[in-house]
Design a protein around this ligand. Structure first.
Ligand code: AMP
Ligand code: MG
Length: 356
């Protein structure tokens, strides 16, 4: 199949609508990452998403809508929903709500809940308006790859597999939406994203964070979000997170990189802009500046994809505080590293007085 990459226009929206109605897939930009969409009410079309992504079919999808009146046929609204929608829709917040029978099992992986979001990106909105359908859309990457934040990333993963990609340039947030479960007594963040815990709590009071956001699932632990079971955001090389005091971390990153290079690995360090000068001579990728944490979220997936392009086999990364948008960054970085973490002080003690 030929994959068309096209800039947005009324004609392209009409083409997207026709493709959706014919049960085909269209990739489109949102403010979070690029989505791979299908008509959410067409189980066969939804099946094509799983095939194109190589996604396990027990991992449910998010349904995207343009208007609130599209919700009524899909969900039974929990009490908290209205306040959350008023505050954060359109935007990067996905709500898990009890579903109706209209939603195919293929979308929800058979769960009795469904994830719904109203994106704010003008291209996503115009496309949803044009097709007047609820669109089921996961991130438009092959399963296990970092989510795409540019149309070029989508093409990298989906060329030949889907008929159309709408090119809307780089995504603003750069990380997937916050997934909030509001079906239980206490609202719970299943996946942190652009709408932070602090922002949610300012509107609805205390919000829990699922345990597996910052650590691997424990043996026998049931994932509240099926996506948590899978290794995600995974570059081909092995990433290790290095934590500790600032000076120790910089020293340990250099020691780790030197040891990896000496062992014949193709290796680099992921560091914050603030520490680039102190790491002179070390092969580094900047994660952005700590003074603008949103910029770190924004470029993370692009950096992770570059590691593969450069054939990196060993990568050592700094960490940031897991609050605000930092929770989402550390969730994605942690999962990319399979949560492999070392203490900087231990690295230094083991390697003794190695040159700094
Ligand atoms: P993606 O589509 O790649 O952005 O991933 C969607 C995320 O939302 C995955 O982590 C899913 O497991 C999660 N999700 C979707 N629907 C539900 C649901 N009904 N209950 C819990 N998590 C869900
Ligand atoms: Mg995804």
């Amino acid at each position: 199949m030929e994959t068309l990459l096209r800039l947005p226009s009324p004609e392209i929206y009409a083409k997207a609508a026709a493709l959706y109605r014919a049960g085909e897939l269209v990739a489109f930009p949102t403010e979070t990452v690029y989505g791979l969409g299908a008509n959410a009410l067409d189980a066969e079309a939804v099946g094509r998403i799983f095939a194109a992504k190589g996604r396990p079919n027990d991992n449910p999808l998010i349904v995207h809508i343009a208007h609130r009146d599209q919700l009524d046929p899909l969900v039974r609204l929990p009490a908290l929903a209205t306040a959350l929608m008023d505050a954060f829709w359109p935007g990067p917040l996905t709500l898990i709500m009890p579903r109706t029978d209209l939603v195919p099992d293929a979308v929800t992986a058979g769960l009795d809940t469904v994830a719904v979001r109203m994106p704010s990106h003008p291209i996503a909105r115009a496309m949803l308006e044009a097709c007047r359908l609820p669109i089921a859309a996961p991130s438009a990457n092959r399963s296990g790859r970092p989510s795409p934040t540019t149309a070029a990333h989508v093409l990298e993963d989906m060329n030949g597999l889907i008929p159309l990609i709408i090119d809307g340039g780089p995504c603003e947030v750069g990380l997937e939406s916050t997934v909030l479960d509001i079906t239980q007594e206490r609202p719970c963040i299943l996946r942190p994203g652009g709408v932070t815990r602090e922002m949610l709590e300012a509107v609805i009071g205390p919000v829990e964070v699922a345990g597996s956001v910052l650590r691997p699932l424990r043996e026998g632990e049931v994932a509240r979000s099926p996506g948590m079971r899978y290794r995600h955001y995974a570059p081909k090389g092995e990433i290790t997170l290095v934590r500790g005091g600032e000076a120790d971390v910089i020293r340990a990153l250099r020691l780790c990189w030197e040891a990896a290079e000496a062992a014949g690995e193709n290796s680099c360090v992921l560091c914050f802009e603030e520490h680039a000068a102190a790491l002179a001579g070390v092969r580094c990728h900047s994660l952005g500046t700590l003074s603008q944490p949103e910029s770190i979220a924004n470029r993370l997936f692009d950096v992770l994809r570059q590691l593969d392009t450069e054939g990196m086999t060993r990568v050592y990364s700094e960490v940031m505080p897991a609050d605000g948008i930092g929770l989402a960054v550390m969730n994605r970085l942690g999962r990319a590293a399979a949560f492999r973490t070392v203490e900087a002080a231990d690295v230094i003690a083991r390697r003794g007085a190695a040159p700094v």
